[in-house]
Design a protein around this ligand. Structure first.
Ligand code: NAP
Length: 212
């Protein structure tokens, strides 16, 4: 599949490397290609392009930008480039401006997933993977042999099935469809607990398992 990843942090890098390994055609979108290339010591696993150029050629777009900047980042790609496409939203609205632990800049009555769906009504936004660290997103077997849970939220059933297919390619087996995009509030609000679990366990490699 032709995939654009908007995001040049740990998530953008990790996802692009894994998607390339799985045979997908990946481009990484950033605001300033030269500045991004110049600030990184390691080469990226896939070519860099402007967000607009990356999104234009893609069938599916992944939002791996800072949650509070995600609407701006996707606006940089352009609404026309997102129209009709599946937009996988992995972001969290973590605000570190008061130090650690971060707080949620958006919560309770809204979520980044909903903000994106409202800003780009013709995009088919699916929230997922925001509840695990980057390496576990693409290698769930790193924790308990992969016996744990991931969630999908979104208004478009077909888009959620496309994204679930990608999750299965990564190795996810227990995928729970929570419902429409407003259910992204719940998974984004898992982050304050996730951050404290990271402190208590001394690792980022863990996940929630739904027992039922
Ligand atoms: P990050 O440092 O949170 O975000 C980096 C990306 O955000 C860069 O691509 C940057 O764009 C973009 N960005 C920042 N400010 C922007 C602005 N004002 N306008 C447009 N773009 C802006 O990177 P990350 O750690 O890889 O996390 C990405 C997202 O995934 C975050 O929302 C995070 O909460 C979520 N997440 C992360 C993990 C993890 O393991 N790190 C796990 C779960 C979820 P440029 O490339 O143009 O500089």
């Amino acid at each position: 599949m032709k995939i654009a990843i908007l995001g040049t942090g740990a998530v953008g890098r990790t996802l692009s490397a894994r998607l390339v390994e799985l045979g997908h055609d990946v481009v990484i979108g950033t605001r300033d290609v030269q500045a991004t290339q110049a600030r990184e010591e390691e080469p990226f696993p896939a070519p860099l392009a402007t967000a607009a150029a990356a999104a234009a050629g893609a069938e599916l777009i992944i939002n791996a930008t800072a949650g509070q900047a995600s609407v701006a980042a996707l606006s940089g790609a352009g609404a026309a480039q997102l129209a009709g496409k599946v937009v996988v939203d992995i972001s969290n609205p973590l605000d570190f401006s008061l130090g650690f632990p971060p707080f949620l800049a958006i919560c309770n009555t809204d979520s980044v997933g909903e903000q994106l769906q409202r800003a780009f009504p013709e995009a088919r936004v699916v929230k997922t993977l925001n509840t695990v660290t980057a390496e576990v997103m693409v290698h769930p077997e790193r924790v308990a042999g992969g016996d744990h849970t991931i969630f999908v939220s979104g208004d478009d059933a077909e888009a959620k099935e496309t994204v679930s297919g990608l999750l299965r390619e990564f190795g996810w087996r227990d995928i729970i469809d929570l419902g429409d995009i407003t259910t992204a509030r719940g998974t984004e609000m898992m982050l304050p607990l996730w951050v404290r679990l990271m402190g208590a366990l001394g690792t980022t490699e863990f996940n929630y398992k739904l027992v039922r």
